[in-house]
Design a protein around this ligand. Structure first.
Ligand SMILES: [Fe+2]
Length: 270
């Protein structure tokens, strides 16, 4: 049986520090420290949950969920992250797809998924680009988006696949990589809700946090955290996959210059 050795959740953008130097410095330092915590757990593979930014999921194909099943992936090179190849883990990607089949999910699998900033910013700033990854993508680009309850169910399926199907020597770390509150291209464009962000971090620092976020539902999360703040489902899923009952905030800044709250936390695994 494979082991889940660590888990965390983090925002996935780092932008210009001009005009917010001290905050940006705390964000970068926080990501480094969170990465160090993950490395200390000696993972052999990272499952990274994120969203897509109209890079792979666009109007032509609109799957609810995508799992990478490739031996390696190229990065897109957006947000000043260099183009590079990152190793994958076909066995774990396929295990998730197979377990999903049994549990009633028709997963979309990909062998040529381009890694955009949603995955590459956390990997780069956390110092984790040398580890093999399995990308798990939640489509927030097109309507209708999967419900929070459906995302929570998929998280349980992913946990089951790791514990029941993946080889014994795998040490798996779970990274939920999504933004906290942000409104993009809508009436409140650029707004940040510190209250929503700290509530999410607080919920995931306690038992049943993932369930409580799921029970809010998509509409309430979008109302309180913004149309792009729905990316917090990746945090919820990381918590549910690792069955975390407590957590620790590493950093949080309401980054109005970056149009979003930026945070990161450790999720304690069983
Ligand atoms: Fe994003």
């Amino acid at each position: 049986m494979a082991k889940i050795v660590s888990a965390c959740a983090t925002s996935h953008v780092v932008m210009s520090p001009i005009g917010c130097e001290k905050q940006a410095s705390r964000v970068v330092q926080g990501m480094e420290e969170l990465g160090e915590k993950i490395r200390e757990s000696e993972p052999t593979v990272l499952i990274v949950l994120s969203s897509d930014h109209m890079c792979n999921i666009d109007l032509s194909l609109q799957p609810r969920f995508v799992v990478g099943v490739a031996d390696s992936y190229m990065s897109l090179g957006d947000m000043d992250i260099p183009k590079m190849r990152v190793r994958g883990n076909r066995e774990i990607g396929k295990s998730i797809v197979n377990q999903a089949d049994k549990d009633g999910f028709d997963m979309c699998q990909s062998e040529e998924y381009l890694l955009d900033h949603g995955i590459m910013v956390p990997l780069t700033f956390m110092g984790l680009t040398d580890y093999p990854i399995v990308p798990v993508i939640i489509n927030i680009n097109t309507e209708p988006m999967a419900s929070t309850e459906r995302c929570l169910s998929l998280a349980k399926t992913i946990r089951k696949s790791i514990l029941e199907q993946v080889s014994e020597d795998s040490r798996v770390s779970i990274i939920g990589a999504g933004g906290l509150s942000h409104w993009l291209c809508v009436e409140k464009h650029g707004d940040v809700s510190e209250e929503f962000d700290l509530m999410i971090i607080d919920l995931l620092s306690k038992a049943n946090g993932a369930e409580r976020i799921a029970s809010m539902g998509n509409d309430e999360i979008i109302k309180q955290g913004g149309n792009a703040g729905i990316e917090v489902v990746t945090w919820m899923m990381a918590s549910a996959i690792s069955e975390s009952k407590s957590g620790k905030k590493y950093f949080y800044e309401p980054m109005y210059k970056w149009f979003t709250g930026i945070g990161g936390m450790e999720l304690n695994v069983k």
